[in-house]
Design a binder for this molecule. Structure first.
Ligand code: DGL
Length: 266
């Protein structure tokens, strides 16, 4: 048994898709969540900037005696995880490989779509890992840069003309390719699941990269003792703005304070 907390971070609320799944499948774990809400989005920034942000996010989480870090952000997993993981003595679990593994196991036609931030899609990491698993797969990738801003503003519901119009524009090329599996390669996107699923059709399996990372963490890590773990939340911008949106997405109340972190100090 290892009761030390697991650090989880993202640029904002997206990583809560991982936390929600961790609460379901690993209820005994203590979690420290950091959302870098003062600097969201990450996905339109350069790999150099994301690496700098990641080092600071990790340095903050390491002020706690954590047993591991779950990188609940595809953009960081794509361009900074390998470098930072080699610099620290704490295991780091990303979201990209667990998402690929699920997609490879569920696709029947071998036609897989990937949506993500501009930086994730530009990195080509999903194509590389999917083709490493099976060179015959057909992979179609599409950047969806406006999705994160809409999710951070709670514009995620069906019937909202803005999100429906933008989703249709981004997803039309993937629908035209007749994919049967779509990797939501950004942890913010499961917040748009209903809109994405309604457009793509129920025959397309949606892979939730954040939830897959939580499953992977459960397989890899020494678990905490049974019982109910505590989750503490920290952000780099307004804690109260985060709380409102976070409670909506977690579908539960956050007990205790959301802490504020001056992340530039780390
Ligand atoms: N949720 C993150 C991801 O999975 C980052 C989104 C962003 O900040 O652009 O890529």
């Amino acid at each position: 048994m290892d009761n030390r907390p697991i650090g989880v971070f993202d640029s904002g609320v997206g990583g809560l898709t991982t936390v929600r799944r961790m609460h379901e499948i690993m209820p005994g774990e203590n979690i420290i969540y950091f959302g870098d809400t003062g600097r969201v989005p990450y996905g339109t920034r350069s790999p150099e900037t994301i690496l700098r942000y990641t080092r600071q996010d990790v340095a903050f989480l390491r002020t706690f005696d954590i047993k591991a870090i779950v990188v609940a952000c595809n953009t960081v997993s794509a361009v900074a995880l390998e470098t930072v993981a080699s610099e620290i003595g704490v295991p780091m679990i990303g979201v990209v490989w667990p998402a690929c593994r699920r997609a490879v196991s569920v696709t029947k036609t071998g036609r897989i779509g990937v949506i993500g931030t501009t930086t994730t899609i530009k990195s080509g990491i999903y194509e590389r890992l999917l083709h490493r698993a099976n060179p015959d797969l057909k992979v179609y990738a599409q950047a969806c840069p406006l999705f994160v801003a809409l999710a951070e503003n709670g514009r995620v519901h069906r019937g909202d003309i803005v999100i429906e119009t933008i989703a249709a524009e981004y997803l039309a090329p993937l629908k035209a390719q007749g994919i049967d599996t779509l990797i939501m390669g950004c942890t913010h996107y499961p917040l748009l699941r209903e809109v994405i699923s309604a457009y793509m059709g129920s025959h397309v399996y949606l892979v939730d990269s954040g939830a897959e990372a939580a499953d992977h963490a459960r397989q890899l890590l020494v678990p905490a003792a049974e019982g109910k773990g505590q989750t503490q939340y920290f952000v780099s911008d307004d804690p109260e703005a985060f709380r409102g949106l976070a409670e909506l997405f977690l579908n539960s109340k956050i007990s205790g304070q959301v802490g504020h972190v001056d992340i530039a100090k780390y």
